[in-house]
Design a binder for this molecule. Structure first.
Ligand code: OOG
Ligand code: NI
Length: 316
C-alpha cells in the first residue's frame, strides 16, 4: 500500500490523525477507481504534473438502487459516521433518479496533502427510484439486491475492495435493464464502485484554474469530453462550471459466459466561482466557503450521460 504513505506526507495535523482510518478507506476506493479507469488515472497524472503535485477533490460520487436499504443511505452512512452533513436533495424525474449531497466536516476538511489527503471532498450519492421502473426491470433489480443479503450494510467494504455485493448478472439481464435505464445497468455491474472523482479547478494553479483552459488541456492530450448539452455545463447563476471525460469501458464476464465491455467510471472537473457578496475580497483571502457551493440539476442531468452508450460510441 505504498500509495497511502506516499501521499500522506510527513506532517500530521491533529484532525488528519482523527480521520486517518476514514481517509484510508477512501484511498482504497480511489485505488480501485484508478486501477480500472486508465483515462481517469492518466488525466490525474497529467494535471498533477502540470500543477506542482497538489490536487484537491471537489467531490466523489456513487450510484445506488433505491430499494430495501440499498439506496443512498447504504453508502451515506460511512460519511455521516465520519462527520459529514446531509445537504440538498436533487430530483431527475425523467431519469427516475434522486440524489443527495453531503458536505465534509469543517474540523477535518483542511488536510495539507494532495487528493484524499487534502481538504475532504463533498459527496454526491444518487439512487434509482426502483418503484417507478417497469415490472421486468424491478424484477431484475430486486433479484440482485435480494441476493446481496446484508451486503448493503457493507457497501464501503465492497467499494474499497472493488467487488459487487451481489452475483454477476447475465448478459440478457444487463441488456434488458440498459434498454430502460443505462444508470440501472451501470449500477448492476459496477455496484458501489466510485462513479467519479472531481478535480477542483479553482484550486489549481493558472492557467489550469480556468475550466476552458483545463478542457482544452484535456482534449489536446487526446481525451474525449462528455459533449451532452455542450462540453461546458453552467448553472443558471453562472457560478458552477463543470465538465467531464467520457467513461472508460472495461471487459466484463457475465454469469452466462458472455464477455463484453461495460461502461465504468469517468473523471469530472468543477470550477466554483466566488459568490457575489464576496466579490471584493482580495484573491489571496478567498476560501472555499466564499465560493458557490452545492450542485445543479441541469448540470448533473448532463454529467450522468458520461457513462452513456451515446457518449462512449461518439467520435472524438
Ligand atoms: C452523477 C452525475 C452528476 C454532478 O457533479 O452534478 C454529478 C453520476 O454520474 O452518477 O456528478
Ligand atoms: Ni459530479
Amino acid at each position: 500500500f505504498t500509495t497511502v504513505s506516499a501521499s500522506h506526507g510527513s506532517q500530521h495535523s491533529s484532525s488528519d490523525v482523527d480521520h486517518s482510518f476514514f481517509r484510508s478507506v477512501l484511498t482504497s476506493m480511489e485505488q480501485v477507481y484508478l486501477n480500472r479507469n486508465p483515462t481517469a488515472n492518466t488525466v490525474l497524472q497529467l494535471v498533477r504534473s502540470a500543477d506542482v503535485n497538489q490536487i484537491c477533490y471537489d467531490h466523489l460520487a456513487y450510484r445506488t438502487f433505491g430499494v430495501d436499504g440499498h439506496g443512498i443511505e447504504s453508502i451515506s452512512k460511512l460519511f455521516l459516521d465520519f462527520g459529514y452533513t446531509e445537504r440538498e436533495e436533487l430530483r431527475f424525474p425523467k431519469k427516475k433518479l434522486k440524489a443527495l449531497w453531503f458536505s465534509p466536516p469543517t474540523k477535518a476538511s483542511g488536510g495539507s496533502g494532495s487528493g484524499l489527503y487534502g481538504p475532504l471532498p463533498r459527496i454526491f450519492i444518487s439512487e434509482l427510484i426502483v418503484d417507478q421502473m417497469s415490472p421486468e426491470a424491478q424484477e431484475i433489480i430486486r433479484k440482485y439486491t435480494g441476493l446481496s443479503g446484508a451486503g448493503h450494510k457493507h457497501s464501503a467494504v465492497s467499494s474499497a475492495l472493488g467487488c459487487l455485493t451481489w452475483p454477476k448478472p447475465s448478459h440478457l439481464e444487463f441488456q434488458q435493464l440498459a434498454r430502460e435505464s443505462e444508470y440501472a445497468a451501470w449500477t448492476l455491474v459496477n455496484g458501489y464502485a466510485v462513479n467519479h472523482v472531481t478535480i477542483s479547478i479553482h484550486r489549481l494553479k493558472p492557467p489550469l484554474n480556468d475550466v476552458n483552459n483545463l478542457n482544452r488541456f484535456i482534449q489536446d492530450n487526446g481525451f474525449k469530453l462528455n459533449s451532452e448539452g455542450g462540453v461546458l455545463k453552467v448553472s443558471p447563476d453562472g457560478l458552477l462550471l463543470q465538465s467531464s471525460t467520457v467513461a472508460d469501458s472495461i471487459p466484463f464476464e457475465f454469469s452466462d459466459g458472455v464477455k463484453e465491455r461495460v461502461p465504468c467510471s469517468y473523471i469530472e472537473f468543477a470550477q466554483r466561482l466566488v459568490l457575489p457578496q464576496y466579490k471584493d475580497l482580495p484573491e489571496d483571502k478567498v476560501e472555499e466557503v466564499h465560493r458557490r457551493d452545492g450542485f445543479e440539476v441541469g448540470n448533473a442531468d448532463k454529467i450522468f450521460e458520461s457513462t452513456s452508450k451515446d457518449q462512449l460510441t461518439r467520435a472524438a
